[in-house]
Design a protein around this ligand. Structure first.
Ligand SMILES: Cc1ncc(COP(=O)(O)O)c(C=O)c1O
Length: 399
């Protein structure tokens, strides 16, 4: 049976408290118990269906978690207040002082900063490697390594990780493979390819309306319960809890994710092909010129396409800045970080979302100053967008 994440979301059925087709929003921080013993049992994690306190769990957050677990094909999921609120507890839960992480070097700047600057305060160190080189990864694994960390499609260089091969490596060395799937929801299903934990920043495509931050950790029941353990669970104790009103609004948006992803992908593919044709240096996994095009094609759920993100090298930071300002002026999108909005968003990651990564390391990983990351919107007439973008590119002298 083939796995279809969109069908899994569609097949969820809700009977709200009052018969509503949307589950009622439960907006309580604390919950009553009719018997004192039930409170004790809930505290100890022994009572299903009872709620204690909303930092631990709440009905609305559980609904959203169920939808995301269905999407990723994992037993369970725990939502969090942001993507970083999912990434940091996961790594703190999996690692103790003295442990080591092997991570892709092309990851979101915040994750990189956490691993490089923050986690060492707790004795957790990381080695950053080229995730497309299995040899480099294997060479970096030590006796203390506990986690292999990557993004399925990396930020901002759009390198694609061979999740099946990484899962085999993880198994061989008894590591946990943690995959941030933020760039490729529905397209790639990392848990189905062998990842142990799948993370999303819900802030991006999944919510899709740039009105909130949010995150999720998808994994086994055992792992998700360990995160929520009142005595030693990182999510419970660090406290990055999502508000239930937000959980309800993200749950509503997730129902149109499949339609949006198809359109993001269709538009991005159109622009990538057209831009490449006129001689621009485009990075997009859907292009045959992308080094991991075949790998992506081998791994993805084809109907959702190659995703909404493309990167393009404008040559210099000056040209990139000029182009972005002009495109914003012409209402082709916003000069803004983040992704997954209905309008196109663009920024120069070297000085923006990846600015945590030191200049010489950016150079080594191929992140040039002139690189612009585009999150392509849901434009109804992408041919019109293309013509207007091309005119801007010509006006600033890139073509
Ligand atoms: C790939 C990726 N992972 C994680 C994050 C962090 O998510 P959040 O901003 O929701 O904390 C981001 C944010 O930009 C991201 O791009």
């Amino acid at each position: 049976m083939s796995f279809n994440p969109a069908d899994n979301i569609q097949d969820l059925q809700y009977f709200g408290e009052f018969g509503g087709v949307n589950p009622s929003i439960s907006d309580s921080s604390t919950y009553t118990f009719l018997a004192a013993k039930s409170m004790m049992d809930t505290f100890e994690g022994n009572l299903e269906g009872c709620y204690l306190y909303s930092r631990h769990s709440s009905p609305t957050n559980l609904y959203l978690g169920q939808a995301l677990a269905a999407m990723e094909g994992t037993e369970a999921a725990n939502v969090s207040a942001s993507g970083m609120g999912a990434i940091t507890p996961t790594l703190m839960q999996l690692c103790n002082a003295g442990d080591h992480i092997v991570s892709s070097r092309t990851i979101y700047g915040g994750t990189y900063a956490f691993l490089k600057n923050f986690a060492p305060k707790f004795g957790i160190t990381s080695t950053f490697v080229d995730i497309t080189s299995l040899q480099a990864i294997e060479n970096a694994i030590t006796n203390n390594t506990k986690v292999l960390y990557c993004e399925s499609v990396s930020n901002p260089l759009l390198e694609v990780a061979d999740i099946k091969a990484l899962a085999e490596l993880a198994k061989k060395y008894k590591l946990k493979l943690v995959v941030d799937n933020t760039f490729s929801p529905l397209q790639i299903s990392p848990a189905k390819l062998g990842a142990d934990v799948v993370i999303h920043s819900l802030t991006k495509f999944i919510n899709g309306s740039s009105d909130t931050v949010g995150g999720v950790i998808c994994g086994t029941n055992e792992f998700i319960n360990s995160l929520k353990n009142v005595n030693d669970g990182a999510s419970m104790l660090l406290g990055p809890v999502m508000d239930s009103l937000r959980a309800a609004s993200i749950l509503k948006n997730i129902r149109t994710l499949h339609i949006r992803m198809k359109k993001h992908s269709e538009n991005a593919m159109y622009l990538a092909e057209k831009f490449e044709e006129i001689g621009l240096k485009i990075m997009y996994p859907g292009l045959k010129s992308h080094p991991q095009h075949a790998l992506f094609t081998n791994m993805y759920n084809a109907e959702f396409g190659y995703g909404g993100i493309l990167s393009f090298d404008a040559g210099t930071l000056e040209k990139a800045d000029k182009l972005m300002e002009l495109m914003q002026k012409k209402n082709l999108g916003y000069l803004a970080v983040s992704l997954g909005f209905y309008k196109t968003l663009f920024n120069a990651p070297g000085t923006g979302t990846s600015s945590e990564i030191p200049a010489e390391e950016q150079k080594e990983m191929g992140l040039s100053d002139g690189l612009i990351r585009f999150s392509i919107g849901l434009d109804n007439d992408i041919e019109r967008t293309y013509q207007e973008m091309k005119a801007c590119i010509q006006e600033v002298g890139i073509l």
